[in-house]
Design a protein around this ligand. Structure first.
Ligand code: FES
Ligand SMILES: [Fe+2]
Length: 339
Protein backbone atom coordinates (compact mmCIF):
# COMPACT_ATOMS: atom_id res chain seq x y z
CA UNK A 1 0.00 0.00 0.00
CA UNK A 2 1.50 3.36 -0.88
CA UNK A 3 0.63 6.51 1.03
CA UNK A 4 0.62 10.16 0.17
CA UNK A 5 2.22 12.00 3.01
CA UNK A 6 1.45 15.46 4.27
CA UNK A 7 4.86 17.14 4.21
CA UNK A 8 3.92 20.61 5.48
CA UNK A 9 3.52 19.38 9.03
CA UNK A 10 5.24 18.55 12.31
CA UNK A 11 5.94 14.89 13.03
CA UNK A 12 7.03 13.45 16.35
CA UNK A 13 10.44 11.87 15.80
CA UNK A 14 11.40 10.99 19.37
CA UNK A 15 10.72 11.31 23.06
CA UNK A 16 13.06 13.92 24.51
CA UNK A 17 14.89 11.32 26.61
CA UNK A 18 15.75 9.23 23.54
CA UNK A 19 18.13 11.92 22.32
CA UNK A 20 21.52 11.84 24.02
CA UNK A 21 23.14 15.01 25.35
CA UNK A 22 26.33 13.95 23.62
CA UNK A 23 25.97 11.64 20.64
CA UNK A 24 23.89 11.02 17.54
CA UNK A 25 20.31 9.77 17.29
CA UNK A 26 18.81 8.66 14.00
CA UNK A 27 15.34 7.68 12.82
CA UNK A 28 13.55 7.61 9.48
CA UNK A 29 10.48 9.83 8.92
CA UNK A 30 8.34 9.69 5.75
CA UNK A 31 11.05 7.48 4.25
CA UNK A 32 13.78 10.08 4.87
CA UNK A 33 16.64 9.19 7.22
CA UNK A 34 17.19 11.96 9.76
CA UNK A 35 19.87 12.36 12.41
CA UNK A 36 19.68 14.52 15.50
CA UNK A 37 22.38 15.80 17.81
CA UNK A 38 22.75 18.62 20.31
CA UNK A 39 25.31 21.24 19.34
CA UNK A 40 27.74 23.00 21.66
CA UNK A 41 24.94 25.41 22.70
CA UNK A 42 22.75 22.37 23.61
CA UNK A 43 20.35 23.16 20.76
CA UNK A 44 18.88 20.36 18.70
CA UNK A 45 20.18 19.97 15.15
CA UNK A 46 18.34 17.74 12.65
CA UNK A 47 20.00 16.86 9.35
CA UNK A 48 19.32 14.40 6.59
CA UNK A 49 21.17 11.23 7.55
CA UNK A 50 22.57 10.74 4.07
CA UNK A 51 25.88 12.26 3.06
CA UNK A 52 25.64 14.18 -0.21
CA UNK A 53 28.82 12.54 -1.49
CA UNK A 54 27.98 8.83 -1.68
CA UNK A 55 24.86 8.72 0.51
CA UNK A 56 26.45 7.02 3.51
CA UNK A 57 24.60 7.55 6.81
CA UNK A 58 26.17 10.57 8.46
CA UNK A 59 25.10 9.13 11.81
CA UNK A 60 27.92 6.59 11.36
CA UNK A 61 30.37 9.48 11.41
CA UNK A 62 31.65 11.58 14.29
CA UNK A 63 30.50 14.74 15.99
CA UNK A 64 33.06 17.52 16.11
CA UNK A 65 32.73 20.74 18.05
CA UNK A 66 31.12 22.62 15.15
CA UNK A 67 29.44 19.94 13.08
CA UNK A 68 29.49 16.33 12.00
CA UNK A 69 32.10 14.53 9.90
CA UNK A 70 31.06 11.72 7.56
CA UNK A 71 32.57 8.39 8.56
CA UNK A 72 33.16 7.32 4.95
CA UNK A 73 35.46 9.86 3.20
CA UNK A 74 35.51 12.60 5.80
CA UNK A 75 33.36 15.46 4.46
CA UNK A 76 32.30 17.73 7.28
CA UNK A 77 28.94 19.52 7.64
CA UNK A 78 27.96 22.32 10.02
CA UNK A 79 24.70 22.66 12.02
CA UNK A 80 22.99 24.15 8.96
CA UNK A 81 23.99 21.15 6.83
CA UNK A 82 26.58 23.09 4.78
CA UNK A 83 29.79 21.34 3.86
CA UNK A 84 32.65 23.06 5.69
CA UNK A 85 35.57 20.75 4.99
CA UNK A 86 36.75 18.38 2.30
CA UNK A 87 39.87 16.50 3.41
CA UNK A 88 41.57 16.60 -0.02
CA UNK A 89 40.63 20.23 -0.59
CA UNK A 90 40.52 20.26 -4.42
CA UNK A 91 36.71 20.31 -4.79
CA UNK A 92 34.46 23.29 -4.13
CA UNK A 93 32.33 23.09 -0.99
CA UNK A 94 29.88 25.69 -2.28
CA UNK A 95 27.20 23.38 -3.61
CA UNK A 96 27.68 20.60 -1.13
CA UNK A 97 25.14 20.33 1.68
CA UNK A 98 22.67 18.02 3.36
CA UNK A 99 19.12 19.02 4.17
CA UNK A 100 18.48 20.63 7.52
CA UNK A 101 15.09 20.11 9.22
CA UNK A 102 13.39 22.54 11.62
CA UNK A 103 13.17 20.79 14.99
CA UNK A 104 11.40 21.68 18.21
CA UNK A 105 10.76 20.09 21.59
CA UNK A 106 7.37 20.60 23.22
CA UNK A 107 6.28 18.75 26.36
CA UNK A 108 8.88 16.00 25.91
CA UNK A 109 7.94 15.25 22.32
CA UNK A 110 10.58 16.19 19.75
CA UNK A 111 9.13 17.17 16.38
CA UNK A 112 10.64 17.72 12.95
CA UNK A 113 9.02 19.84 10.27
CA UNK A 114 9.00 17.86 7.03
CA UNK A 115 7.92 20.66 4.69
CA UNK A 116 9.52 23.84 3.44
CA UNK A 117 11.28 25.86 6.11
CA UNK A 118 9.36 29.03 5.19
CA UNK A 119 6.08 27.27 6.03
CA UNK A 120 7.02 26.31 9.61
CA UNK A 121 4.07 27.00 11.90
CA UNK A 122 4.38 26.40 15.65
CA UNK A 123 0.66 27.02 16.11
CA UNK A 124 0.10 23.59 14.53
CA UNK A 125 1.74 21.77 17.45
CA UNK A 126 -0.75 19.77 19.52
CA UNK A 127 -1.44 20.45 23.19
CA UNK A 128 0.16 17.31 24.64
CA UNK A 129 0.30 18.97 28.07
CA UNK A 130 0.06 15.78 30.13
CA UNK A 131 3.42 14.65 28.73
CA UNK A 132 5.00 17.27 30.98
CA UNK A 133 2.78 18.27 33.86
CA UNK A 134 3.29 17.82 37.61
CA UNK A 135 -0.27 16.59 38.15
CA UNK A 136 -0.14 13.90 35.47
CA UNK A 137 2.00 10.75 35.66
CA UNK A 138 2.84 8.22 32.98
CA UNK A 139 5.46 5.93 31.53
CA UNK A 140 6.39 6.92 27.96
CA UNK A 141 5.95 4.35 25.20
CA UNK A 142 7.34 3.81 21.74
CA UNK A 143 6.76 0.95 19.32
CA UNK A 144 7.60 0.49 15.67
CA UNK A 145 4.56 -1.07 14.03
CA UNK A 146 4.99 -3.13 10.85
CA UNK A 147 1.91 -1.72 9.12
CA UNK A 148 1.13 1.40 7.02
CA UNK A 149 0.19 4.38 9.09
CA UNK A 150 -3.19 4.79 7.35
CA UNK A 151 -4.47 1.56 8.90
CA UNK A 152 -3.47 2.79 12.36
CA UNK A 153 -5.14 6.15 11.73
CA UNK A 154 -8.37 4.38 10.77
CA UNK A 155 -8.09 2.22 13.88
CA UNK A 156 -7.78 5.23 16.18
CA UNK A 157 -10.64 7.04 14.50
CA UNK A 158 -13.09 4.25 15.25
CA UNK A 159 -13.28 3.13 18.86
CA UNK A 160 -16.12 0.69 18.19
CA UNK A 161 -13.29 -1.84 17.96
CA UNK A 162 -12.68 -1.45 21.70
CA UNK A 163 -15.71 -3.64 22.34
CA UNK A 164 -14.33 -6.54 20.31
CA UNK A 165 -10.55 -6.28 19.77
CA UNK A 166 -10.09 -5.06 23.35
CA UNK A 167 -12.93 -6.86 25.10
CA UNK A 168 -10.50 -8.03 27.84
CA UNK A 169 -8.54 -4.75 28.17
CA UNK A 170 -9.82 -1.30 27.11
CA UNK A 171 -13.37 -2.37 26.26
CA UNK A 172 -15.21 -4.57 28.71
CA UNK A 173 -18.60 -3.78 27.22
CA UNK A 174 -20.34 -3.93 23.84
CA UNK A 175 -21.84 -0.53 24.70
CA UNK A 176 -18.89 1.24 23.08
CA UNK A 177 -19.66 -0.26 19.66
CA UNK A 178 -23.38 0.33 20.22
CA UNK A 179 -22.81 4.04 20.88
CA UNK A 180 -22.15 6.09 17.76
CA UNK A 181 -19.84 8.98 18.61
CA UNK A 182 -20.51 12.69 18.35
CA UNK A 183 -18.06 14.12 15.82
CA UNK A 184 -17.15 17.78 15.67
CA UNK A 185 -14.84 19.42 13.16
CA UNK A 186 -12.10 21.45 14.83
CA UNK A 187 -9.13 23.32 13.35
CA UNK A 188 -6.89 20.70 11.72
CA UNK A 189 -8.86 17.71 12.90
CA UNK A 190 -11.85 16.18 14.57
CA UNK A 191 -13.19 15.97 18.12
CA UNK A 192 -14.82 12.63 18.85
CA UNK A 193 -16.87 11.89 21.95
CA UNK A 194 -18.60 8.81 23.28
CA UNK A 195 -20.59 8.72 26.50
CA UNK A 196 -21.65 5.31 27.81
CA UNK A 197 -24.02 5.60 30.74
CA UNK A 198 -24.41 2.84 33.29
CA UNK A 199 -21.70 0.80 31.65
CA UNK A 200 -19.63 -2.03 33.05
CA UNK A 201 -15.97 -1.46 33.87
CA UNK A 202 -13.10 -2.76 31.70
CA UNK A 203 -10.30 -5.22 32.46
CA UNK A 204 -7.95 -2.23 32.21
CA UNK A 205 -9.83 -0.16 34.80
CA UNK A 206 -10.16 -3.17 37.11
CA UNK A 207 -6.49 -4.19 37.04
CA UNK A 208 -4.95 -0.69 37.04
CA UNK A 209 -7.43 1.08 39.36
CA UNK A 210 -9.52 -1.59 41.08
CA UNK A 211 -12.61 -0.04 39.48
CA UNK A 212 -15.48 -2.51 39.24
CA UNK A 213 -19.26 -2.32 38.95
CA UNK A 214 -21.42 0.05 36.93
CA UNK A 215 -20.25 3.51 35.92
CA UNK A 216 -20.72 6.22 33.32
CA UNK A 217 -17.76 6.25 30.95
CA UNK A 218 -16.76 9.16 28.76
CA UNK A 219 -14.07 9.17 26.09
CA UNK A 220 -13.33 12.41 24.22
CA UNK A 221 -10.39 12.89 21.91
CA UNK A 222 -9.05 15.28 19.37
CA UNK A 223 -7.46 13.69 16.35
CA UNK A 224 -5.39 16.25 14.52
CA UNK A 225 -3.18 16.40 11.48
CA UNK A 226 -0.97 14.72 10.63
CA UNK A 227 -1.99 11.91 13.01
CA UNK A 228 -1.97 12.88 16.67
CA UNK A 229 -4.51 11.83 19.27
CA UNK A 230 -5.07 13.81 22.47
CA UNK A 231 -7.62 12.07 24.69
CA UNK A 232 -9.50 12.54 27.92
CA UNK A 233 -11.03 9.40 29.46
CA UNK A 234 -13.21 9.69 32.53
CA UNK A 235 -15.41 7.45 34.61
CA UNK A 236 -18.19 8.73 36.88
CA UNK A 237 -20.46 7.06 39.39
CA UNK A 238 -23.50 5.75 37.53
CA UNK A 239 -26.39 7.94 38.61
CA UNK A 240 -29.32 9.68 37.00
CA UNK A 241 -28.49 12.73 39.10
CA UNK A 242 -25.90 14.31 36.78
CA UNK A 243 -25.29 17.19 39.26
CA UNK A 244 -24.09 14.89 42.02
CA UNK A 245 -22.18 12.26 40.16
CA UNK A 246 -18.62 11.75 41.37
CA UNK A 247 -15.48 11.41 39.30
CA UNK A 248 -14.00 7.93 39.67
CA UNK A 249 -11.17 8.18 37.18
CA UNK A 250 -9.40 10.88 35.20
CA UNK A 251 -6.99 9.91 32.43
CA UNK A 252 -5.29 11.89 29.69
CA UNK A 253 -3.59 10.19 26.75
CA UNK A 254 -1.34 11.44 23.97
CA UNK A 255 -0.47 9.32 20.95
CA UNK A 256 1.40 10.21 17.79
CA UNK A 257 1.73 8.17 14.63
CA UNK A 258 4.67 9.02 12.38
CA UNK A 259 5.14 7.13 9.12
CA UNK A 260 8.62 5.63 8.98
CA UNK A 261 8.10 4.34 5.44
CA UNK A 262 5.06 3.45 3.35
CA UNK A 263 4.86 0.15 5.21
CA UNK A 264 5.97 0.92 8.76
CA UNK A 265 4.94 3.38 11.46
CA UNK A 266 6.46 4.88 14.57
CA UNK A 267 4.00 4.90 17.46
CA UNK A 268 4.63 7.26 20.40
CA UNK A 269 2.17 6.88 23.23
CA UNK A 270 1.34 7.52 26.84
CA UNK A 271 -1.74 7.48 29.02
CA UNK A 272 -1.40 9.67 32.09
CA UNK A 273 -3.36 9.32 35.27
CA UNK A 274 -4.16 12.40 37.29
CA UNK A 275 -2.32 12.21 40.60
CA UNK A 276 -5.66 12.17 42.45
CA UNK A 277 -6.24 8.72 40.95
CA UNK A 278 -3.64 6.02 41.39
CA UNK A 279 -0.37 5.53 43.26
CA UNK A 280 3.32 4.94 42.50
CA UNK A 281 2.56 1.70 40.64
CA UNK A 282 -0.21 3.07 38.46
CA UNK A 283 1.89 4.39 35.57
CA UNK A 284 3.54 0.98 35.15
CA UNK A 285 0.21 -0.83 35.36
CA UNK A 286 -1.29 1.45 32.69
CA UNK A 287 1.73 0.96 30.45
CA UNK A 288 1.42 -2.83 30.71
CA UNK A 289 -2.27 -2.63 29.80
CA UNK A 290 -1.54 -0.46 26.77
CA UNK A 291 1.11 -2.89 25.52
CA UNK A 292 -1.36 -5.74 25.95
CA UNK A 293 -4.03 -3.81 24.04
CA UNK A 294 -1.66 -2.79 21.24
CA UNK A 295 -0.82 -6.47 20.71
CA UNK A 296 -4.56 -7.07 20.36
CA UNK A 297 -4.73 -4.30 17.74
CA UNK A 298 -1.75 -5.57 15.81
CA UNK A 299 -3.11 -9.11 15.59
CA UNK A 300 -6.09 -7.74 13.66
CA UNK A 301 -4.34 -4.95 11.73
CA UNK A 302 -1.47 -7.15 10.53
CA UNK A 303 -4.05 -9.68 9.30
CA UNK A 304 -5.99 -6.87 7.61
CA UNK A 305 -2.79 -5.54 6.00
CA UNK A 306 -1.91 -8.99 4.68
CA UNK A 307 -5.34 -9.32 3.08
CA UNK A 308 -4.92 -5.91 1.44
CA UNK A 309 -1.39 -6.67 0.23
CA UNK A 310 -2.36 -10.03 -1.21
CA UNK A 311 -5.29 -8.70 -3.21
CA UNK A 312 -6.03 -5.00 -3.58
CA UNK A 313 -9.18 -5.61 -5.64
CA UNK A 314 -11.84 -5.95 -2.93
CA UNK A 315 -13.02 -2.51 -1.83
CA UNK A 316 -13.79 -1.55 1.76
CA UNK A 317 -17.44 -0.82 2.54
CA UNK A 318 -17.81 2.32 4.62
CA UNK A 319 -20.47 2.24 7.37
CA UNK A 320 -21.79 4.78 9.88
CA UNK A 321 -19.01 3.94 12.26
CA UNK A 322 -16.44 5.05 9.65
CA UNK A 323 -17.66 8.64 9.44
CA UNK A 324 -14.72 10.04 11.41
CA UNK A 325 -12.19 8.10 9.33
CA UNK A 326 -13.79 9.30 6.09
CA UNK A 327 -13.93 12.92 7.32
CA UNK A 328 -10.31 12.82 8.44
CA UNK A 329 -9.16 11.32 5.14
CA UNK A 330 -11.03 14.08 3.34
CA UNK A 331 -9.31 16.71 5.50
CA UNK A 332 -5.91 15.14 4.87
CA UNK A 333 -6.54 14.96 1.12
CA UNK A 334 -7.56 18.63 1.08
CA UNK A 335 -4.15 19.57 2.53
CA UNK A 336 -2.10 17.47 0.13
CA UNK A 337 -0.55 19.21 -2.87
CA UNK A 338 -2.56 18.89 -6.10
CA UNK A 339 -5.71 17.92 -4.21
S1 FES B 1 29.96 9.33 1.60
FE1 FES B 1 30.33 10.90 3.01
S2 FES B 1 32.28 11.62 2.54
FE2 FES B 1 31.90 10.11 1.05
FE1 LIG C 1 -7.16 -0.47 19.52
Amino acid sequence: MSAKFLYESWYVIAWKEEIPDIGIFSRKVLGIPILIYKNSSKEYVALEDRCCHRLAPLSLGKLEKDGIRCGYHGLKFDDAGKCTDIPWGSDSKDNLSVRKFPIIERNRWVYVWMGKEENVDESLLPDNFSCDHPEWKYKPGYLKQPVPFGLLVDNLLDFSHLSYVHSATFGGTTKIAQTLPEIEEIPNGLRIRRFMSNSSSSGYYERAFGLTGRMDREITYDFILPSILIMSSKAFSATKDQQNKSLLLNLHGCQALTPETNETTHYFFQESHHIDFGNNDTADLIYDEIIKAFKEDMRIIEGQNLNIEQDATPKMRMLSVDIAAVKFQRLLNSRLPNS
